[in-house]
Design a protein. Structure first.
Length: 223
């Protein structure tokens, strides 16, 4: 039989165990609720409450125009079915109106199940790769404006355009290209060297996007 000291220790352990289980249970289900966020250490971080409806001050932390348009380019890239590289583009007017968006893929009416997505051919046949067939994101964004003039517009693109896209950008009248990353830093590829040269000669402003935030997370169940 247990003496009074053993009974007391057993009771205390039981209470502590039940309390720990309750806390763990609550943490688990709070982490699963859409309006809460769990950090890596398991601590629940509640989403900040909405601003006081009587507060006349605008909220902080909203997207800058550059981040907004570049985020749309990144979101458009998610539509691409290319297994190796997804590129998105967003064409914007001088007044900040979105005129067209695009991503890399095959032309309209050409089945993406019947054309190859591979980067290389085992037989060395270029027709067995994607390159002869794919339309680049920049081209699609410009063409998706219903052929309206792109003169004086800005083009946001997730990756620096190649020389073929640069030609179309110049001919369409785009005046500024904002890109997020180049295919390779200090790229020796002639197509990208030519692209830089063409855009510079045409007087088109080119700059690399510097985001003001590290990431943007979209949760559809938070509205």
């Amino acid at each position: 039989m247990m003496n009074s000291r053993d009974i007391a220790l057993f009771s205390a352990a039981t209470v502590l165990g039940a309390l720990s289980s309750a806390i763990a249970f609550r943490l688990f289900f709070n982490c699963r609720e859409p309006r809460n966020r769990c950090s890596q250490n398991g601590v629940v971080e509640k989403k900040p409450s909405r601003q006081n409806p009587f507060d006349p001050v605008k909220r902080k932390g909203y997207l800058s125009w550059d981040d907004y348009f570049m985020a749309i380019a990144f979101l458009s890239a998610e539509r691409s079915k290319d297994p190796n590289r997804q590129v998105g583009a967003c064409l914007v007017s001088e007044k900040g109106i979105i005129l067209g968006i695009g991503y890399n893929g095959f032309p309209r009416g050409c089945s993406d199940d019947k054309l190859p997505w591979s980067k290389k051919s085992k037989n060395g046949d270029p027709l067995e790769t994607k390159y002869p067939y794919v339309c680049h994101a920049e081209v699609n964004a410009i063409l998706n404006t219903n052929h309206a003039s792109a003169a004086g517009q800005r083009l946001y693109v997730t990756m620096f355009p190649c020389n073929e896209c640069a030609k179309i950008i110049i001919q369409s009248g785009v005046t500024e290209v904002i890109y997020y990353v180049e295919k390779r830093l200090d790229n020796p590829d002639a197509t990208y060297v030519a692209s830089h040269k063409l855009l510079s000669m045409a007087g088109i402003k080119v700059r690399r996007h510097q985001p003001k935030m590290d990431q943007l997370s979209i949760q559809f169940n938070e509205l």
